[in-house]
Structure formats: structure tokens, C-alpha cells
Design a protein. Sequence first.
Length: 398
Amino acid sequence: MKDDRGPWLVVGASLFAAANRYKFDRAALERNCRWLAEHGVDYIRALACVGAQPYWEGREVDPKWGDYAAVIDGTTEVAYANGIRVLWTCFGDAQIMAPSYGEKERVCDIVADTTVRRRAAVIGIEIANEWWQNGFSGSEGIKQMRALAERIRSKVDVPIAISCPVGDGEAAEQANAKAMYEGSVATFSTNHYDRAMGEDGWRPARQPWQQLSYGGVPEGALNNEPIGIGTPGGNNPTDADPHRQVSQAIVSWIATHWGYCLHDRTAGVRCDKDWSDVSNIDAITAGLLAARNALPSDLPNWAPQNDHWAGHPFEKVSKWVDGASEGVTRAYAAVDGGRSICLPMGIKGGVTMQAKAAMDVDVIDILTGASLKAGALKAGQTIRLTDDPPVYLVRGNW
């Protein structure tokens, strides 16, 4: 992702009911946007319509409001005035809030018109949140979403996504990804990865690697709704660990995602409390800022490398999840010419990594950006990392 200042690694935060807060509690909207902007967040993800009951009672965003167009425009204006952009997701609960195709077209037109007026304030547009349960099920729903994306693109040049690829099993998920995106006007995909915990909590952090297996989707992607931070709900686990939250973002950028969206059920989805009250949020946002300062701003354009691929800067990286007595869960990397970035994460008992070529290395604490050790390695020479902390950022120059 880049704007007129150049490329940057993007961080967002869910604020689904932002338009409702604009209409009924503007001070809360302003307060949250300001706090997020001050803590390094670049945009909020807001729903342009939602309202299934009883879950959304008191948080509805209703296209039937007489001032609906002014609310969408005003929400965008207030967010930008408080230092933050908006990623508009046009539809949540479209089967209730905008059931006819004509009503859907009207919602998209209003979002597009707002974007024309306030282009600098809108970082992107997504057609539907989790399409299969928000009014766009089946092949006909996919056809409608593609047509609505074309309608928006005809009005404004803005990064646009359709919805998250999902399916019953990997083959179905990839087929749906291709059906939604291949040959469409979309410029990025909005991915929702499996949040099931495992591997001592590190499994969700490696899920963004799945982007590389999708066929037909745009190269750019957004990790749009990762495992939440605070209050769990339904079958959704949460994880407030700063190391794992920041690692999810770094894996996303390594795996060609331009952005990572912080997620929380209470502050982000229902907007029942402020983002400033979310568990460990200060440590998480500080870590994200430190990581971005330590990473190249064009990292999503580098070549991703799994730890067993030929282009990976290290070899003989043991994984304890494969039965080794020590090691990592994963050590994903990206390379660009003679530069490399490696993220050995979920370390248990320590890990030893062997350089494939002569290189200078700098080992970084991902939460502070501090250099923990630096030096030169010869080809075949090893570097040893302990499991305290359980993840490191290793920058290399060959």
C-alpha cells in the first residue's frame, strides 16, 4: 500500500458501529478515532449497514434513515479530522438492512459518492463482510458482489475488495476465492483466517501464510479480521498476548498482505467500550509501531520464503511442532536481493539457525525495536536464539 508519501505497512482497527456512533454518540467516535490515530493505527473498518436483532440493538446502521447519506459522509469526515482513514465495508446483514438489489446499489452509491468527495479519507472499500452470512450466499451472491464492485469502480478509483474467501475445506475455500476475484475489478482480498488456537497459542499467527495458496485473487491482501484481542464470543477464541498479536501482523506483511486489522469483539465489533480499554492494547500498539520502524516499508513486495524453501536465508531450522525437542513453530522469511527478513516465532527451548551464505545479521526485539545482538556470519555458521522472548525479527544482508 502506498499514498503520495510512499509505501507503508498499514495497521487498522475494527470499529464496526462507527456510523451509529456518529449519529448517536459522536464524542465516542471522536475519542476512539483520536486514540487509535495517536497509537499508530491508520484506519478504522466500519460497516455501512448492519442491524440483525437482537445482537445489534442500539448499534444499527440503517440505510432507511432519512439522513443516511449524511451519516456515512459525516463518519468519514470525523474520522479523518481526528487523524484516521476509513475502510468502508458496505454490507453487514444485507438480507435484513438492504434485501433488494436496488437497495444494495443505493448503499454502494452512497459509499462511492462519499469516497469521491473525501478520497484522501477512504483507504479502501469492501463489498461485504463474510458474504455467506450477510446476504450474498451462493453463486448468485458472488455474482451480485462482483457487479457491485464494478459499480463502485465506475464511480471512483479506490482500492476495492469483494469479501473474504471461505469454504468448507481448503479446496472449497480456494474455489470461492477464485470465483469472487478472478477477472474482477478488485485490487485486494479481505482475508479472514482460522482463529482456532493450537501450538501453544501460535497457530493463528501463522495463518496469514495461507494467502500464498489462493488462486485468482489479487496479489495484495488485507488480514481483515484476525483473532480478537479481548472478550471472546461464540466459538471465537481471543489472544491478548502482544508477542503473538505483533507476530500476526509481521507474518501478514511477509506473506504479501498490505495491512493488518486489529480486532476486538467489544471495542471493535459492538463498540461497547473504548479501544483504550482493551487488554494489553498499549503494549500491542507500541509493538506494532516498533516492528514497523524496524521493517522495510515495501516488505509486502519482497519474495516470501518458507523455512524449507531454497530462497530462505537459513537452513536446519528445527520445528518443535514436528516432534523436535526444541525449535520454532515457523520461521517465515522474505528476501529482496541481498536483504532478508526472518521471523523465528513460537520458540520453545531455543533454536539454532544456520546461515546459507555469508551475511550480516541484526536480531531485533519485536516489541521494542531494540537490537539484541548483531554481527557477521560466515556461510554454514549458526546463530542461537533463546526462548525468552519467544519470537525475534532477524534482519540480514548477504
